[in-house]
Ligand binder design. Structure first.
Ligand code: SF4
Length: 306
């Protein structure tokens, strides 16, 4: 794409009237933006919104989160899945308080030096909270840019990075880099979906290589068959992650003193019955993995949240 100005202008105009209203947009609190980004990594927006509010009510500042007991943070994470994120967020808050005076670093490069923060989250926080002009490549943005430029044959995410950098709006562009990314996320979430893109409504359509092959959303069967983005059917129920989650769920409801380790056999058995699949790991292996990830503590035959 030699001149990105028409593309930026089209996306800016679309975003001005179609942006999703989300509680972490239009705010200046880097900590709240960090919380939202960590939550959004593996959880859908609709589930994140109430948890985001509850989390910030309980831990309104980075300092408050750093001072919290890990068990309380894990309890508040209930229903979000991927509980390890709660532990990592808590550790990150402690590291920022300890080494940065409670202030998040302002650049993606410095944010990356913190424990438990990956390249996407670092770029998102640097861009949305501090205005750093840096490319962000989440799943939605990858899908949109990949289709727009490469058509229906998706290259690897690494191969899209130079493109994402090249398309980053420059000073004087009709859209800021932060809004460009927010807009592409919205296009990916609402129009350029994995299974049924709605090209007729999309601001990128005049510039999009894939659009002619996707029937402009009028033929979802063909669209679905054409797109190499169908989400893989992950068998969550019956996976080790599923059983780990059931044990953490059980411990969330127990007093701080926890439970006898042997009582968790019954929890595991109940989860196996509910999922219709045997747990792939023995209880002791599950507990060892949970302990390694900082999600439980074991002491004298008892197990509890940390
Ligand atoms: S025109 Fe269609 S394929 Fe292209 S970015 Fe928009 S929704 Fe996706």
């Amino acid at each position: 794409m030699a001149d990105a100005h028409p593309l930026h202008a089209a996306v800016a105009a679309w975003y001005a009237s179609n942006a999703r209203v989300l509680p972490w947009r239009g705010i200046a609190d880097p900590y709240a933006i960090l919380v939202s980004e960590v939550m959004l990594q593996q959880t859908q927006v609709e589930r994140v919104i109430p948890k985001y509010h509850a989390f910030l009510d309980a831990f309104p500042t980075l300092q408050a989160l750093a001072n919290a007991q890990p068990a309380d943070v894990i309890r508040l994470w209930a229903g979000m899945g991927y509980n390890g994120r709660a532990v990592r967020l808590h550790k990150l808050a402690k590291a920022v308080v300890e080494h940065h005076g409670g202030e998040l670093p302002r650049t993606a490069a410095d944010l990356r030096k913190l424990p438990g923060i990956g390249p996407y989250t670092a770029a998102a926080v640097a861009s949305f909270a501090f205005g750093e002009p840096i490319a962000i490549l989440d799943t939605n943005i990858y899908r949109v840019l990949s289709r727009a430029v490469h058509g229906v044959d998706a290259p690897s995410r690494e191969a899209i990075h130079p493109l994402a950098d090249a398309l980053l709006p420059k000073p004087g562009s009709p859209i800021t880099p932060a809004d460009w990314h927010q807009a592409l996320m919205d296009v990916g979430a609402t129009l350029c979906t994995a299974r049924q893109p709605r090209c007729m409504l999309c601001p990128l359509r005049p510039h999009c290589t894939a659009a002619p092959h996707l029937q402009s959303g009028s033929d979802p069967v063909l669209a679905e068959a054409s797109v190499p983005y169908s989400p893989r059917q992950s068998r969550f129920q019956g996976s080790a992650r599923y059983f780990r989650g059931r044990i953490v769920d059980h411990l969330r409801e127990q007093p701080d003193t926890g439970v006898e380790e042997s009582t968790l056999e019954a929890v595991l058995h109940e989860a196996e019955t509910a999922s219709g699949a045997p747990c792939p790991l023995a209880l002791l292996d599950l507990l060892a993995a949970l302990e390694r990830d900082g999600l439980i503590r074991r002491d004298s035959g008892r197990v509890r949240l940390p």
